[in-house]
Design a protein around this ligand. Structure first.
Ligand code: PLP
Length: 419
């Protein structure tokens, strides 16, 4: 028996199944993946929503090589810093949805959410309003799985089993898309107790759910009205997925804090970051009595990850991939919507970025659909509510999109009812 990898414990996995049905990805080139058994598959989900520029780009590998042979990294605690971290931060600030943003860098999305929530609470302590501690998040929202991310999870099962409703006690859920209900929750909980609302502009893992008309704009106005910080979690939507650099720009909102990761390097290196508006950041930058934000990670501003990010951002710009994602959104929407006609499908959600969710009936065995797609050369996965996630790289052709949708269509047609 082959015992290679016997020790590996997959995240979010039923391990007996994961071990017996292991799928080992060995290579990636463009939108294509190869498996250890020699299959060639289209990456219909951009891995975990991050392979935006596609796999196997030598340019990013060279950027990493050049930086590693010069200086792999040097920490950025205190007054020490490295050049790539400085350059990337300036680039991000220039592209941010808010003017004059400051930038903190992390190792990924959960790190960024943790930082953002801590910073929001710290802000109100410094403002002399210590009661403002609650972080509100939307039902169905996903914000990673560190202690804060777990606590604000809008997918209940990610919060369960730790002996408390919320690891960080001061959190509460708000309506996914009903603004009037959010307004009532805010009044009920008391604005004087609320530090921030965190929201994905387009809910990803929770099923690919776009914002209702006026929801994000209304949320921002509600936050302004009640002195609540607005954290836009752009870990999936950042760096082009909605046809704009940040989804906040598409919906015309100006958050106080933006969390990001994934598309910042397209997955070529683990990196995340947080954009902070002057309203929150300025006091930390001003005067001899400026407070210190006691937060940071060994790899905050990791030099190699930062040069990889910059090479990725150059590729996005040179190949106009943000605009291309916007174009592909319409292509995907047009092709995927007819899947609604299948009697196995409850809903098809598309039209809020180059991504879609095909929600299957509860009783449909999604694994069988996924296996059938794989047999047709398309690798796909399920997310919340028995929903198939479609979120391909921005370098797809229209034919590639058609192949993804055709594979799902074929899988639905041949399903043949429960076994
Ligand atoms: C919106 C959102 N926030 C945060 C995270 C957590 O990011 P990471 O898995 O890099 O920690 C994710 C991951 O999928 C996400 O989709």
């Amino acid at each position: 028996m082959n015992t290679v990898g016997d020790a590996y414990w997959n995240p979010q996995a039923h391990m007996p199944t994961a071990r017996s049905r292991r799928l080992v990805i060995t290579r990636g080139e463009g939108i294509w993946l190869e498996t250890s058994s020699g299959e060639r598959l289209i990456d219909a989900t951009s891995s975990l929503w991050h392979a935006n520029i596609g796999h196997g780009r030598e340019r990013l590998a060279r950027a990493a090589y050049d930086q590693m042979t010069k200086l792999e990294t040097y920490h950025t605690f205190g007054r020490t810093v490295n050049e790539p971290a400085l350059q990337l931060a300036d680039w991000l600030a220039a592209e941010a949805p808010m003017a004059g943003a400051k930038v903190m860098l992390t190792s990924g999305g959960s790190d960024s959410v943790d930082l953002a929530c801590k910073l929001a609470r710290r802000h109100w302590q410094l403002e002399g309003r210590p009661g403002k501690k609650l972080i509100l998040s939307r039902h169905n929202g996903y914000h990673g799985l560190h202690a804060f991310g777990t606590s604000v999870a809008g997918l209940g099962y990610n919060r369960e089993g730790y002996g408390a409703d919320s690891l960080v006690p001061e959190t509460a859920r708000i309506s996914t898309n009903d603004l009037a209900e959010v307004g009532r929750s805010v009044l009920q909980l008391g604005p004087e107790n609320i530090a921030a609302i965190i929201a994905e502009p387009v809910i990803g893992t929770g099923g690919v759910v776009g914002p209702a008309e006026g929801y994000l704009e209304g949320l921002e106005a509600l936050c302004r009205q009640h002195d609540i910080l607005f954290i836009a979690d752009e870990v999936i939507t950042g760096f082009g997925r909605t046809g704009h650099m940040f989804a906040s720009q598409r919906w015309g909102i100006v958050p106080d804090i933006v969390t990001m990761a994934k598309g910042i390097t397209s997955g070529y290196a683990p990196l995340g970051g947080v954009l902070v508006a002057p309203r929150v950041a300025d006091r930390f930058f001003t005067g001899p009595d400026a407070p210190i934000f006691r937060h940071g990670l060994t790899y905050s501003g990791h030099a190699t990850a930062c040069v990889v990010a910059m090479a990725n951002l150059e590729v996005l710009a040179e190949e106009s991939l943000v605009e291309e994602a916007g174009r592909l959104e319409a292509v995907l929407e047009l092709m995927v919507k007819p899947l609604r006609d299948s009697e196995l499908v409850v809903d098809v959600r598309a039209g809020a970025g180059f991504m879609a969710g095909v929600q299957l009936r509860e009783e449909v065995d999604a694994d069988r659909i996924i296996d059938a797609c794989q047999a047709s050369g398309v690798l796909i996965r399920t997310i919340h509510d028995n929903t198939l996630q479609i979120c391909p790289p921005f370098i797809c052709t229209d034919d590639d999109v058609a192949q993804i949708v055709d594979a799902i269509d074929g899988a639905l047609t041949s399903y043949g009812g429960p076994r």
